[in-house]
Design a protein around this ligand. Structure first.
Ligand code: KIV
Ligand code: ZN
Length: 515
């Protein structure tokens, strides 16, 4: 079996998904879970893009020991120096340099001639090699680039010291035959291609990212890049979980495998979904809620007789239903701590005590506490900011089909005082949001509001995700509670706290700079 390296870019390309904005704690949490999943390389961010990105890449590089941590860089010496400062504490410091190689990118974006792009790339790779033991070079928009130009530039960057050559389908344009042809052409025509690993990085604009990545692997790529749940710019990136499971289930065909611990997939997917606020569609391959559900009577009958009749992936393989140790209101702190760790979360003593208290409150109201409930509580804790400017203390809403909905909200303000206000709205949620807006001052433009239940059942927790622009900063927020209005208020306050942290420069993570 050929070993395929897995390069995860959930924290860089994944964070470029509209509305996704991980804070520092969330990034650390995701990096730890990716390490546990067994990804070979974690792209933690773009260090030169902002102080926030620099800090999180540095902390991830300093903390993660089981995966190599990388950061993105333009072909600019200043970017490379900054990336080195962020990454030098990692186990295998690695730099990812990119530049556009298609005529469209060179002419219209870079305003550079092909010769300048070659010179620039070679200089940047040589410079990076004076610091980094490992350098990857990416030909942005490779799939719309001239093949002979690619052959020429790749030979030169390999000579300059690049050991991984990534050929992205930046705009999700290519077909399987075309990508196979491109990889074979490069392998056959670049004289020193055996001195580098070829890598594939596909986007999903035409819904072909996973299929195209697999086609590239068939044609000789030794590294695959993507994100968990396929989150990313526009229609997203290739879903790594789909590719890894396809290689496993069809190893008779691909004769290649990844080093991923496949039964960590479901947990990783749930964590990313919670922390990004991007719900996984129920029919999504491998990780969707319906991926293992059989509805038709004929199918159910077949599966009961022999699961292989209609089930090519067993739920156990990807960790569905794993670790279902049920907790109840009598469970102690020790069992709770074990559960949090088993679910992949790192919690400080202070966080643990706080979430344990919330768990106890929940256990009094809800008959069965599931893993999903605990992940929701933990994710809300991680969504909290370094400074909580406002906190929801009490909430009362008066609603009747013939009344004007009225909300009364009590908040703790930044000075630590309790403040109260009331306002009306055309619905209960609007009444709550009007009231809060009056109390915090400034205008919040709500761009998206989504609500879902964490589990089935009438006593399920409600989870609300909001996206808003507050005083010129676009931020997301998340809130969880038994009651939908309380969850709505918490999500709103979480977003406001994120915006205020950003404005005061305390949580630089709120800065989001896309490539
Ligand atoms: O899609 C792309 O081309 C990228 C590069 C920066 C590698 O994400
Ligand atoms: Zn990309």
């Amino acid at each position: 079996m050929r070993k395929i390296n897995v390069f995860d870019t959930t924290l860089r390309d994944g964070e470029q998904a509209p509305g996704v904005n991980f804070n520092f704690d969330e990034k650390m949490q995701i990096a730890y879970q990716l390490e546990r999943l067994g990804v070979d390389i974690i792209e933690a961010g773009f260090p030169a893009s902002s102080n926030g990105s620099f800090e999180s890449v540095k902390n991830i590089a300093d903390s993660i020991k089981g995966s190599s941590v990388t950061g993105l860089s333009r072909t600019v010496f200043k970017d490379i120096d900054t990336a080195w400062e962020a990454l030098k504490g990692g186990v295998e410091p690695r730099l990812h340099i990119f530049i556009g190689t298609s005529p469209i990118h060179m002419e219209h974006k870079l305003r550079m001639t092909p010769e300048q792009v070659i010179e620039n790339s070679v200089e940047a790779v040589k410079y990076a090699k004076t610091r980094f033991p490992h350098v990857q070079w990416s030909a942005e928009d490779a799939c719309r680039s001239d093949l002979d130009f690619l052959v020429k530039i790749i030979e030169k960057v390999i000579d300059a010291g690049a050991e991984v050559i990534n050929l992205p389908d930046t705009v999700g344009y290519v077909t399987q035959d075309e990508i196979r042809h491109m990889f074979r052409y490069i392998k056959e025509n670049v004289p020193n291609s055996d001195q580098a690993v070829l890598s594939t990085h596909c986007h999903d604009d035409l819904g072909m990212a996973a299929a195209n990545s697999l086609a590239a692997l068939e044609a000789g790529a030794g590294q695959v890049e993507g994100t968990i749940n396929g989150i990313g710019e526009r229609a997203g990136n290739a879903s790594l979980e789909e590719i890894a499971v396809a290689l496993k289930i069809r190893n008779d065909y691909y004769k290649a495998e990844t080093g991923l611990t496949l039964n960590e997939i479901k947990r990783t997917s749930t964590m990313i979904s919670k922390l990004s606020g991007m719900t996984v569609p129920s029919n999504k391959a491998v990780v969707g809620d319906n991926a293992f559900a059989h509805e038709s009577g004929i199918h159910q009958d077949g599966v009961l007789k022999n699961s292989s009749t209609y089930e090519i992936i067993t739920p156990d393989l990807v960790g569905v239903n794993a670790n279902r140790m049920v907790l109840g209101k009598l469970s102690g702190l020790h069992a709770f701590k074990n559960k949090i760790e088993a679910l992949g979360y790192q919690a400080s003593e202070e966080e643990l005590k706080k979430v344990f208290k919330e768990f106890k409150t929940l256990a009094d109201k809800k008959s069965e506490i599931t893993d999903e409930d605990i992940m929701a509580l933990m994710s809300e804790e991680k969504a909290g900011e370094s400074v909580s400017y406002y906190e929801v203390e009490t909430l009362q809403v008066n609603y009747g089909t013939t009344n004007i909905p009225t909300a009364t909200v009590t908040l703790k303000n930044p000075e630590g005082n309790t403040i109260q206000e009331a306002a009306t709205g055309s619905g209960s949620v609007e009444a709550v949001y009007q009231t809060i807006e009056r109390m915090i001052g400034g205008h919040a433009d709500l761009k998206d509001y989504r609500i879902q239940s964490i589990t089935g059942g009438r006593d399920a927790l409600a989870e609300v995700n909001v996206l808003m622009e507050y005083e010129g900063v676009e931020v997301s927020g998340r809130g969880t509670a038994n009651d939908v209005l309380e969850a709505s208020a918490r999500a709103y306050i979480n977003a406001i706290n994120r915006a205020l942290n950003y404005q005061s420069g305390r949580d630089l993570q709120a800065e989001k700079v896309n490539v």
